[in-house]
Write a protein of this length. Structure first.
Length: 580
């Protein structure tokens, strides 16, 4: 049994395990202590000094995020002395901060802004020189505005510890310090994978998603364009959070209605393309196993992961599946099959996807995936961008009725929707691969060993007497470990699924931003994943190859999975990524 210690937080008796901090104890006691630099399991450095508290019989104030709780300790979190210290620290931070709050995209969700209002700060209390910093607009996914950086180092922690990409660090010293890339390089000249995890943890507007809202609105107002939109699986369990609803609320029906109200001509579903991805990917896996192809085969639907492998491990490129991501397959199918069938000019079709992922903005720029110089996807909006767009257009999301997706690219199965969670692509592929290898329609289709938000999950699946070793990992630091084990020969897998973001797409860089206490003490990925699996269970059809619209698509256009036509439209090649 774990040994506990007892202490008081604002007079509330609380017991915590040995090693817990004052902040941990306060959370258990339901006492809120403000923070700016702290995020549980990501960043605990006591740098901002906003979480200062008073401890009985101790002269200095201490940082609650790093100071250990002890037996008999009495803590006071909101005394006049504490509040005054926090206010002064906030005003000192504001003195070196660009204060264009009205035009900042982070306004109303900025942690510095909220705390400054809460503590009645005077933004001009301390006047003096401002550090000379720049705005980096080079990335197709992200904007880094160093003028708004408060040196909390959360982005560095996410980039180094969670993602193992390591392109953000402290440059210069003292007053001229700022978080940036080595030697002052632009983001786009580094091995940044565009995952956007830094934007999720940044407390201010120093790191933001590059917005496509204005481009989408221009397309919607152009009568010569046929506008088409499709949301990714995890969008339906994330968008409601942008309007204050509980984490993990499934709002699929209202999402469809909202997109239609924006004026899109067709509202389809990326889940359909996820089913299509499985048709090609499962077929590729079976072929590699049966024909002694390159194994383990690795999924290619997460662009952040693909960027990571092609930059850091180019020797492993042959292991990547050649199948495009669901987004890529969706755009390609719309601009070939759908446009031909409906006699619509692909050049006058504007396709928008709603994604939990910031790296998807980079993915659509791949020139090799264009048809007749027309991109498969014209614009990507993240969940946060969609929330802002709906608010701008005056759409009351809470009051919307439930709509349904358009046919034929709107029908999907349970296998399609579980793409939103780590292990979901693996499980969806196994459902189809198992039926293919056995020649039967199996009823046992829940591969629970690859479920859950654990960073690395392994399983051995027995299909028709064949033992298939599989692995699902999320977060690029975990991907790094898996690759190391494969290269060393320590692990022998047949199939590996990698998602760049911890927990999978439900925790993508474009998902809603929450209060740091919610981030630190609420398992958002688990709550969203729970809704995803409920949707899978609700579906009448739960295997991609049983999707009637997918069957019709192959009958009319592609012939069969892996055909020449399918490879021409639905597959791609991966090259070594070049960067400075």
């Amino acid at each position: 049994m774990e040994k506990m210690i007892n202490l008081k937080i604002d007079g509330i008796q609380v017991s915590v395990p040995i090693g817990a901090t004052i902040l941990d104890a306060a959370n258990i006691a339901n006492v809120r202590i403000p923070t700016l630099c702290y995020l549980k399991k990501i960043n605990a450095i006591g740098a901002c000094r906003i979480c200062l508290v008073e401890v009985k019989n101790m002269r200095p104030l201490v940082a609650a995020c790093v100071y250990p709780a002890s037996e008999g300790m009495e803590v006071f979190t909101h005394t006049e002395r504490v509040n005054q210290a926090r206010k002064i620290n906030l005003e000192l931070i504001l003195s070196a901060h660009v204060k264009n709050c009205l035009s900042c995209a982070k306004s109303m969700t900025c942690e510095l802004q909220k705390l400054s209002l809460e503590y009645g700060c005077n933004e001009n209390h301390f006047k003096g020189a401002m550090p000379k910093r720049t705005v980096d607009n080079s990335s197709p996914c992200l904007i880094r505005d160093s003028q708004k950086c408060i040196l909390c180092k959360r982005c560095k922690a996410a980039c180094y510890e969670t993602q193992a990409v390591k392109v953000i660090a402290v440059n210069n010293r003292g007053f001229e310090s700022y978080l940036g890339c080595a030697y002052g390089a632009d983001i786009n000249d580094t091995a940044c994978v565009g995952c956007g995890q830094c934007t999720l943890v940044c407390p201010t507007g120093a790191l933001m998603v590059k917005s496509d809202i204005d481009r989408v609105l221009q397309a919607l107002s152009n009568p010569e364009l046929t506008t088409i939109v499709a949301p990714a699986p995890s969008v339906r369990v994330g968008i409601a959070e942008e309007f204050g609803e509980p984490v993990g609320t499934n709002a699929e029906g209202r999402l469809v209605t909202a997109l239609r109200m924006l004026g899109f001509n067709k509202v389809f579903d990326i889940d359909f393309a996820a089913d299509l991805t499985i048709m090609e990917e499962a077929n590729e896996l079976v072929e590699r196993i049966q024909n002694k192809g390159v194994l383990p085969m690795m999924t290619s639907c997460s662009p952040g992961w693909v960027h990571f492998l092609t930059a850091y491990h180019p020797d492993m490129i042959p292991h990547l599946s050649s199948a495009k991501s669901p987004q890529g397959m969706f755009g390609a199918t719309v601009k070939t099959y759908w446009c031909e069938k409906n006699k619509v000019d692909p050049a006058k079709t504007f396709v928008v996807t709603i994604m939990p992922c910031t790296a998807k903005k980079h993915e659509i720029l791949r020139k090799k995936d264009m048809h007749n110089h027309t991109p498969d996807i014209d614009a990507v909006l993240t969940v946060r961008e969609l929330g802002l767009l709906l608010k701008r257009q005056g759409i009351n999301f809470a009051k919307l009725t439930k709509g349904t997706f358009d046919d034929p690219l709107g029908e999907s199965t349970g296998a399609g929707v579980i793409f939103g969670v780590t292990g979901g692509v693996m499980e969806a592929a196994l459902r189809t691969a198992a039926d293919t290898l056995t020649g039967q329609s199996l009823t046992s289709i829940d591969y629970k060993k690859v479920r859950g938000t654990k960073g690395i999950k392994e399983a051995t699946v027995n299909i028709n007497g064949m033992k298939i070793n599989v692995c699902a990992a999320s977060g690029l630091a975990n991907a790094q470990k898996v690759l190391a084990d494969v290269k060393s020969g320590k692990k022998q897998y047949h199939f590996i699924e990698i998602m760049a973001c911890p927990g999978g797409c439900v925790n993508g860089g474009g998902m809603p931003i929450h209060d740091p206490n919610v981030v630190s003490f609420t398992e958002r990925a688990k709550l969203r994943a729970k809704s995803i699996y409920k949707e899978d269970e609700r579906k009448t059809i739960r295997k991609s190859h049983e999707n009637t619209q997918i069957i019709q698509l192959y009958k009319e256009y592609f012939g069969k999975p892996g055909s020449h036509k399918a490879h021409e439209v639905l597959h791609t090649t991966h090259d070594k990524r070049r960067f400075i």
